[in-house]
Write a protein that binds this ligand. Structure first.
Ligand SMILES: [Zn+2]
Ligand SMILES: [Zn+2]
Length: 237
């Protein structure tokens, strides 16, 4: 299946034709270059100054992903005999800059999660008992010294219910404590994964730029040997 970018956009609907110029300006002119797109990065990059409406973006992402699922053989052919290269050094520098600033943001985000997670490990001192029953803890306000019900004179606890483990230090009495810890752990893990991916892309891009002076075909072959994964090399162009 070989279609032009016009046909591709037309298939999504006439309202998508207005994006043709942006695709052409970025040299995504035919199905082989569309298939080679790094969908997540390139769309954001191309439409950075004039962001796509979310519905259009999702439709494009979906359609591009489906285009992408063509056989590897077809893709490899493209690597061995690349079309007239549209990668310019300037373009690559811009993409690298963008990747690096994204990486910085992600690292900041992670540091924030790590900080918040550490806060969860803080030991909150147990406030002094309120009332005569030193070793009894109230099920309502979580203070020691009295009970939620049936105190002297059959009186209930008069304090408002405890809202946070930070007030009473009783982490096991607050289910949201564990939920929050888990969420931060998950956020940190996801950030780590994204940081690794971004660093990898930057490293691959840098290494490609360094080798750019040597034979293009030689570099491509070497890269093909190293990885079967979707190559950043072509995708970044
Ligand atoms: Zn109480
Ligand atoms: Zn409490």
């Amino acid at each position: 299946m070989d279609i032009s970018v016009s046909e591709f956009l037309q298939q999504l609907g006439p309202e998508f034709m207005k994006y043709k110029q942006t695709f052409m300006e970025n040299e995504f002119c035919d199905s082989s270059s569309l298939r080679a797109m790094n969908i997540e990065v390139d769309l954001d990059y191309m439409f950075e100054t004039n962001p796509l409406p979310l519905g259009h973006k999702r439709k494009l992402q979906y359609a591009l992903k489906n285009l992408e699922s063509v056989t590897c053989a077809e893709k490899n052919e493209m690597f061995i005999a690349p079309p007239e290269s549209s990668c310019t050094e300037k373009n690559m520098d811009k993409i690298k800059e963008k990747l690096e600033s994204n990486l910085q943001l992600k690292e900041k985000e992670k540091a924030d999660y790590v900080h918040k997670r550490r806060q969860m490990d803080l030991i909150i001192s147990d406030p002094d008992p309120i009332g005569p029953l030193k070793s009894t803890r109230c099920g309502n306000c979580h203070m020691r010294g009295h009970k939620a019900d049936g105190n002297r004179g059959n009186k209930p606890c008069t304090l408002p219910p405890c809202n946070s483990w930070k007030d009473c230090g009783q982490k096991d009495k607050h289910t949201d404590y564990r939920v929050q810890c888990k969420q931060f752990d998950k956020d940190i893990k996801n950030a780590d994964k994204e940081i690794e991916e971004m660093s990898g892309e930057i490293a691959r891009l840098t290494s490609f730029q360094e080798k750019a002076n040597s034979s293009f075909i030689g570099v491509v072959k070497e890269r093909l040997r190293q990885t079967n994964k979707k190559s950043t090399l072509i995708a970044m162009c």
